[in-house]
Write a protein of this length. Structure first.
Ligand code: 3PY
Length: 253
């Protein structure tokens, strides 16, 4: 299965995504049918783990949408389990140094470029051995996205972006605001300044950026600033908006 999100990024096409927190594949399927280019299944703050990730990927497989997994941490063992299970895109939170970024890339690349173990005659990632050239194509077909969301990470943004194999740098404004001592104040000038520093550092390296929406910016403005994808809302958010509005309407009759 081609990594359509990676192809879109390479072609310079901006992509719209959304988050999946409940690990319910039905919502992944719905988001994919609705036309999102990608879905991030969130294992950092959401409910699911490996089996739900596989179910989510299967649910989206009938559409063009790519599933990205946000892992709970940079644990190389779990990263490897996910790529064997067929994850095409990984989002790693709280990356603070180039060394951490390099370790993530090495964990999921096959030798000689990394330390991924080879069982590709049986894994889901290689279509259970039915894709003969999987080993040769595996490294390049994976999309690796690292999150910059602490003040330390901003200081190291250029070095992180320079790591070979880091495809995209994802700015997390919410955690960055917390790290800056201004929790939740993503529009504060100090936080905006940290984001601007990161944008400048990553663009200097020529790597694409990604983020979530934030106040005062349309999606188009973010794309114009060099973000290749924006991940907006989640099934929890959409459901909350819907039930709150409908309850208010029904109780008003
Ligand atoms: C952040 O804004 O901190 C994120 O990780 C994206 O939700």
């Amino acid at each position: 299965r081609p990594n359509r999100l990676k192809a879109r990024i390479r072609a310079g096409e901006p992509s719209f995504g959304t988050w999946l927190q409940s690990a319910e594949p039905t919502f992944a399927e719905m988001a994919a049918i609705a036309g999102f280019d990608f879905i991030i299944m969130d294992e950092e703050h959401g409910a699911g783990a490996l089996e739900a990730a596989v179910a989510t990927m299967r649910a989206a497989a009938c559409t063009e949408a790519t599933v990205m997994i946000r892992v709970p941490s940079a644990d190389p063992v779990y990263l490897r389990r996910l790529v064997d299970a067929g994850a095409q895109a990984l989002l790693v939170p709280m990356v603070e140094t180039a060394e951490e970024a390099r370790a993530i890339v090495e964990a999921v690349r096959y030798p000689p470029h990394g330390r991924r173990g080879n069982a590709n005659d049986i894994t889901r990632s290689s279509s259970y051995g039915m894709v003969p050239d999987y080993y040769a194509r595996a490294d390049d077909s994976l999309l690796i996205v690292v999150q910059i969301e602490t003040v330390t990470a901003v200081e190291n943004a250029r070095a992180i972006a320079e790591v070979d194999g880091v495809d995209v740098v994802f700015i997390g404004p919410t955690d960055l605001s917390g790290s800056a001592g201004l929790p939740g104040q993503t529009g504060a000038p100090e936080v905006e300044a940290l984001i601007a520093r990161t944008v400048e550092a990553v663009r200097a390296v020529g790597k694409p950026l990604a983020t979530v929406p934030r106040a005062g910016r349309t999606h188009q403005q973010l794309f114009d600033e060099g973000y290749c994808f924006v991940a907006s809302g989640s099934e929890i958010y959409f459901y909350r908006r819907g039930v709150e509005a409908l309850m208010a309407e029904w109780r008003s009759y």
